[in-house]
Design a protein around this ligand. Sequence first.
Ligand SMILES: [Zn+2]
Ligand SMILES: [Zn+2]
Length: 342
Amino acid sequence: MNPAFVPRLINGPFGDPGLYIQLRWEGRAVLFDLGHNDSFPAGDLCRASHVCVSHCHMDHFIGFDRLLRVFLGRDQTLWLCGPPGILDCVEGKLRGYTWNLVDGYGFSLEVAEVWPDSIRRAVFRAASGFRREPLPTQPFHGLVVDEPAFCIRAAHLDHRIYSMAFAFEEKSHLNVDSAYLARLGVPPGPWLSALKNALRRGEPDVVTATWQENGHDRSRDFSLGEVRGALVKETHGQKFAYVVDTLFSPENAERIAALAQGADVFFCESPFLDADEDQATRRYHLTAKQAGLLGRSAHARELRVFHFSPRYAGRAEELYREAQASFCGEQSEAGALTSAGK
Ligand SMILES: [Zn+2]
Ligand SMILES: [Zn+2]
């Protein structure tokens, strides 16, 4: 399978958490969390169309400033969601600067504050000095982004505040048969994204491929009926789950298992070793063993742990080993989930 979405962590395991999912065929990306991101290429950061923030503890939100700086001169709207309180946190960040010379700028930030039953929204436009302009509230039923190619689900977890967990799901994976395309003499290009979106929506019925050949403009029309099952074949889509900063409680475990069910990759924090479980529980964080159990109960294909506590500097292998052993069921786990939150 030729993956449409490529995930990568923003930092190493001891760095601030953050996940970047590249949408390969659309030239854009989705970003999870805004921890320290100074070493992440600006050219990649500026491709983000959606940003999902788990919560506004400093290690998850300090990178907002760099994101803002990268986007400021761009004539586009960036969408950002987060837990209850995110509107005030974004506004507070924006109020920390002077905006008297940006009235000609086209950049705006649309913020969605996700409560358990509703999404409160506002837009902050550079042209108006980033004044908060309320937008209509929407109901929340688990979905924060719903696009033709993918959706993002969210769940509220307990971190002594709300911490949002997210699942990024490709709706269905559409594979282009490149040999078939080559036989038609049509080169791949952005029109393939338009074609896939048309297949997902069921319209428009005809998509036109355009390209240059020997200095001449060429084009060819493709009808959806012609390409379905021939040029484009449908397979199971990708799924990535992102879980950080949460208590190992039965309620959280249940929500995470439901959200991350069947994920191809389950990205999960694991700041502590099992030996320091009491400390993890006091801080409303997970241990590596608990991360493994959560990945296992979600039937994830792969577990990738990160957000290690600096107390284990030089001991990353121990955290990886403990998480993988638990994920693979190599440790005694009897009653581990039922005794969660003890
Ligand atoms: Zn954190
Ligand atoms: Zn936190």
